[in-house]
Design a protein around this ligand. Sequence first.
Ligand SMILES: NC(=O)c1ccc[n+]([C@@H]2O[C@H](COP(=O)([O-])OP(=O)(O)OC[C@H]3O[C@@H](n4cnc5c(N)ncnc54)[C@H](OP(=O)(O)O)[C@@H]3O)[C@@H](O)[C@H]2O)c1
Length: 286
Amino acid sequence: MRNRTVLITGSTGGIGWETARGLAAQGARVILVGRDARRAAAAAELLRQQGTGTAESITADLTRQDGVRELAELVAQRHETLDVLVNNFGYVPPRRQLTVEGVELTFAANVLTPYLLTTLLLPELRAASGRVVNLTGGIPDGPIDPGNLQAERRFLGWTFSQYNHCKTALMAMSYEFARTTEGITVNVAYPGHASTPGSRALPMRAAPWAFRPLIPVIQVLGPLLFKYTAKAARSSIHLASAPELEGVTGKYFDTNAAEAAWPAAVLDDRNRSAVWELCNQVVSAA
Ligand SMILES: NC(=O)c1ccc[n+]([C@@H]2O[C@H](COP(=O)([O-])OP(=O)(O)OC[C@H]3O[C@@H](n4cnc5c(N)ncnc54)[C@H](OP(=O)(O)O)[C@@H]3O)[C@@H](O)[C@H]2O)c1
């Protein structure tokens, strides 16, 4: 990865941070992205001290389209080429709410942000035959409801959550991106559960009813029960750097960095079209 430029969103903590550490250790030039400027600068400094590569940081609010656009502009100003984009940032809102652009927040953060950032950085990615890695989560083999993509009818249920729904929708968007876009590769990684700032702060009311009793247990025992965060970064690091994956696109890799079958909902053309069209529509309307 020496001299390769890698952008990782949500990388000043959690799985993104471990992904950054792993790729910097292979000599990559890493761009860290977080919300908090001080944390981001400190993380980049730590990486410079630990890694054999170089590191810089950018702050952006990735729940907003203007935040995504500012990030893309800064990256394009500073770098002519981008070898890897890891769309690692994910978010679990506690209730249905809309972004300033009027998009349901779970869909905006988990599906639209990776779609828009990849689209905006296509020239830099194409210039390097770049790799895009999108992170799924929750229960990724659940259904997609094309009539409920922005939780118009349902945000939470007994086992349903809009977060799980959107992570499967993200997989559909990634599949479609890989199928329709030349000059880059797009694959999906499932990290598995890890105790991270995000998972420790998971609000009880964001979980489906059936899983609520587990939330306090997860918050207290998560560090003991779950994978080490470094292990959860394994699939992302593999997809970003493995030489044998050169040119491999449109694949899904599980928590052990092994290729896995796409969920049935992702293989359904109607679901993929619905997700893709919604992404196009809300981005053009902004
Ligand atoms: N953890 C799990 O068990 C698990 C399981 C399955 C899938 N996943 C997926 O794996 C990915 C990483 O998960 P994680 O648990 O490591 O995430 P996390 O702990 O929530 O990630 C923290 C990072 O995200 C940044 N961040 C938070 N809000 C932001 C915003 N609005 N704009 C920009 N950056 C923001 C933080 O920066 P600041 O510190 O500056 O806020 C920090 O760098 C996500 O896509 C998640 O859905 C996680």
